[in-house]
Design a protein around this ligand. Structure first.
Ligand code: BG6
Length: 460
């Protein structure tokens, strides 16, 4: 399809995401010939906002194919200008990337779709998260998309699925009988998925304040990671079959009833958030959330999955921790040892590390000694002597190649909204939002959520 070349249109072309992630990745791919036949890159935005400064740093070759178009997503005139550019691109595949605030998706899709009616170029549309604001708006957004695009042309992007260690979950689980054999309720006590950030909203309050942590991180990133960790192996490696297993998993997550939300979900807000520029204190936006979920299927019945994410926390750490059941305490009884469970941890950020924690007798001790917790750290970049590409780079390659394996299908995003919606509804009716100290681990309620089950949050 792309033999006759590609043209990429970035809506929100002077925004944070475009400047910090999308252009650097496109420049890199262009330089390395990662997108053969990339003919043109357009940045579309109301104002240039830092683009002239960026251009000064760019390679001459890339500058030649880049064009900034002053663009208002609400104005017909803007789409006429866009149409004139498309006329010059006969036969070229058009890739439209909506790096826009979610409130602008619908309008942009309608106008863009109408504009494209008079062209026959192959096309793709990439949409950033959050996809909708709730189940209904996501459903409506899907329907608007289907007026102009077919599912095969749609790429709902979740950049966490572009991350190296996240992609390795698949082979770790499904290419190793030693792991696959224990990856179930018979061996696993519980699973923790944490995406902790040390930064605050950093000038993004205009976006974040209406969204909050549950919509920003859980509905998409964390539930996608959960799906990768807990799904069944697909019958075959076709993108649709992989997505079939993810949706099956999401549909097996036990519904949290609104009246039970307090027992399963916690929110929090860092002290000082309401003083940040652009924040409306009446919105009660959460900057932290922790959840407990159960998966009602044969593999996971009764195993809790604890999820947490937040801003202005103690450190940047994205990590999955799988805690195994305790071994019968024979040694413990005999020697007064404290047995620790085995743990497999997959660190996604700041590094890509798979850690295995085992109990081992220190080698110089007597034969019968207390085993101590010992760890095997497997740093993916060190071991393979390869730098793992940036998540957006991985995903751009997939978009170019038309591989949907790591993109979110319509039914997945709707199901993810179904999972979080009772929580959003319960919170909307509750004025109390616990605060936490910047630099801490979040509100004490998050500790209580896990501690009342006799467990604790772990950092591996
Ligand atoms: C984005 C969220 O999707 O992910 C941000 O909108 C968050 O609020 C970011 O900071 C975290 O991603 P990463 O790749 O920096 O861990």
């Amino acid at each position: 399809m792309g033999n006759r070349g590609y043209a990429i249109f970035i809506f929100g072309g002077s925004g944070d995401l475009a400047r910090k992630k999308i252009y650097p990745v496109l420049r890199k791919l262009y330089k390395e010939d990662g997108i053969p036949n990339l003919k043109a890159v357009y940045g579309l935005a109301r104002d240039e906002n830092g683009i002239p400064e960026l251009l000064k740093e760019w390679e001459e070759d890339f500058k030649k194919i880049f064009k900034f178009i002053s663009f208002d997503v609400f104005s017909d005139e803007s789409y006429n200008i866009l149409a004139k550019e498309i006329e010059k691109l006969k036969g070229t595949e058009l890739i439209f990337y909506l790096a826009l605030p979610p409130t602008l998706f619908e309008t942009t899709i309608r106008h863009l779709g109408a504009t494209l009616r008079k062209f026959s170029n192959p096309r793709k549309i990439v949409i950033e998260k959050p996809f909708g604001f709730d189940f209904l708006s996501a459903d409506r957004l899907n329907n608007v998309l289907y007026k102009y695009f077919i599912e095969d042309e749609i790429y709902r992007i979740d950049h966490f699925l572009g991350k190296g260690a996240v992609q390795s979950i698949f082979s770790l689980r499904f290419s190793n009988s030693i792991f696959e054999g224990i990856w179930n309720k018979n061996f696993v006590d519980h699973v923790q998925i944490s995406a902790l950030e040390s930064i605050g909203v950093e000038g993004r309050a205009g976006y974040y304040d209406r969204i909050g942590a549950l919509r920003d991180m859980v509905q998409n990133h964390l539930l996608q990671i959960l799906a990768f960790i807990a799904m069944e192996p697909p019958c075959c490696l076709e993108p649709e079959r992989i997505r079939d297993e993810k949706i099956k998993l999401l549909m097996s997550i036990r519904e949290i009833r609104k009246k039970d939300v307090k027992n399963f979900a916690v929110r929090g807000r860092y002290k000082g958030y309401t003083e940040e520029e652009g924040v409306d204190p009446s919105l009660k936006t959460e900057t932290f959330t922790a959840l407990k979920l159960y998966i009602d299927n044969l593999r996971w019945q009764g195993v809790p999955f604890y999820l947490r994410t937040g801003k202005k926390l103690n450190r940047k750490l994205t990590e999955i921790v799988i805690v195994f059941k305790e071994i019968p305490g024979v040694f413990a009884k005999l020697l007064d040892c404290v047995p620790q469970p085995n743990v497999i941890a997959i660190q996604i950020a700041p590094k890509n590390v798979i850690t295995l924690k085992i109990q081992l007798r220190p080698p110089a001790q007597r034969f019968i000694s207390c085993p101590v917790e010992s760890r095997l750290d497997f740093d993916l970049e060190d071991y393979y002597k390869e730098k793992i590409p940036e998540a957006y780079e991985m995903l751009f390659r997939d978009i170019i190649e038309g591989d949907h394996s790591l993109f979110i299908r319509a039914d997945e995003t709707l199901q993810a909204w179904k999972i979080v919606e009772p929580i959003l509804e319960a919170w909307a009716e509750d004025d109390y939002i616990p605060e936490y100290e910047p630099g801490s681990w979040g509100p004490k309620e998050a500790m209580e959520l896990i501690e009342r089950d006799g467990r604790r949050w772990l950092i591996v």
